[in-house]
Design a protein around this ligand. Structure first.
Ligand code: AMP
Length: 368
């Protein structure tokens, strides 16, 4: 089999790593000549909306998938014209590219979301503030990631400046959720509708970027664990999603509120490479290639720490026996994810000591 991936970054690289032992060849389309996945997969260097590039990456492919949600609609249309299946289906993209459609889907499934209001200009301010109140978070309706395209609005007076700063239209104002911590749920859904849900995890962000994931989420009671899983499964089924998706969640202490959906493998699922029986990457490949899904259960306790901005001393990291290093081969740059470290242990109490050492090294190297 041959799998084409739109995007050749670290997610595509880890998908290609998972595909290889399954006997599945991978080609990626990425405009950058030295993308992470290009190290191990065939690489077509072209823009995502370049018809010739799309034709070349799809040539001989049984299925096309993607590593990012902002795939241009023109790309999907071109691939559809060639008759190559695009999985997850384009509907998953259409909904998750738009925060409003995403929230409507979630709310329609009985899932709690933050209150929100649309803002297309100053005329909308009074109604938005009445509905949502301040403080709130103003977000672009489309094309936001890693906390970009959003700004906190502490008081009503801040709104006009914040709206102008984000382009003036096509924004949403969200009420601030008073959460105790952030969680996420990563779910794979097979072509036959089978579901493989990894345990919910706890995520800590720094500067709007994921810094650390703890898996499974420590101290999550059965009610909230089941609600997190229900959310992941309900979203996957409602979208008729084939492949992996992630729902980012807030744990308010008394319940779970959904924040946003990523229709793809997710940074908060990187721990599954060493920490789950079957990784998110392998299950995504299996799903889009029409193969049975593997067991998503955790093997023990796992933490994932991102390397952002600059590399920590690698020999010091590798001197920690429980640490597993994944470097994406990217040049250091402020705010850029350069790699991650997974720390594994049989149980949570044995994770603490090596995690402290890994975090100290990665936190010191963090640059944004
Ligand atoms: P997002 O781009 O929507 O994933 O938001 C990035 C981060 O901003 C989240 O991980 C939260 O830490 C924070 N955030 C976003 N929306 C809200 C909200 N409605 N209430 C509180 N915090 C939020």
């Amino acid at each position: 089999m041959r799998l084409a991936i739109l995007g050749g970054g670290q997610l595509a690289w880890m998908l290609a790593q998972a595909a290889e032992p399954l006997g599945i060849a991978v080609a990626v389309l990425d405009p950058s000549s030295d993308c992470a996945a290009g190290r191990i997969a065939d690489h077509v260097v072209a823009a995502y909306d370049d018809p010739d590039g799309l034709d070349r990456v799809a040539d001989g492919a049984d299925v096309v998938t993607y590593e990012f949600e902002n795939v241009p609609a023109a790309a999907v249309t071109r691939l559809a014209e060639r008759g190559v299946p695009v999985l997850p289906f384009p509907a998953s993209l259409a909904v998750t590219q738009d925060r409003v459609r995403e929230k409507e889907l979630l709310a329609g499934l009985g899932i709690a979301v933050a209150p929100y209001a649309l803002i297309d200009g100053p005329d909308d301010f009074p109604a938005a503030l009445e509905r949502v109140g301040a403080p709130g978070i103003l977000k672009t309706r489309r094309l936001g990631y890693d906390g970009k395209g959003q700004v906190r609005v502490a008081a009503a007076d801040d709104l006009a400046g914040a709206v102008a700063g984000l382009g003036g239209t096509d924004l949403i104002l969200e009420g601030l959720v008073a959460f105790e911590r952030e969680l996420s749920i990563v779910v794979a859904r097979g072509a036959d509708g089978a579901i493989a849900a990894h345990p919910p995890v706890e995520n800590e962000h720094r500067d709007g970027i994921l810094a650390c994931t703890l898996a499974p989420a420590p101290g999550l009671d059965e009610t909230r664990r089941a609600e997190a899983e229900r959310i992941g499964v309900a979203v996957a089924e409602a979208l008729d999603h084939i492949g992996v998706l992630c729902v980012e969640l807030f744990d308010t202490g008394s319940g779970i509120v959904a924040n946003e959906i990523a229709p793809r493998v997710h940074n908060s699922g990187h721990w599954t490479i060493e920490g789950a029986v079957t990784s998110q990457f392998e299950n995504h490949v299996r799903a889009v290639c029409g193969l049975p899904l593997g067991d998503p259960a955790a093997r023990g306790a796992t933490a994932m720490v991102n390397i952002v901005g600059s590399e920590p001393p690698l020999e010091d990291l590798l001197a920690i026996p429980a640490a597993h290093l994944h470097l994406y081969g990217k040049a250091p740059r402020d705010g850029r994810k350069l790699g991650h470290v997974t720390v594994t242990a049989a149980a949570a109490d044995a994770l603490a000591a090596p995690l402290v050492r890994v975090r100290a090294l990665c936190d010191a190297a963090w640059r944004t």
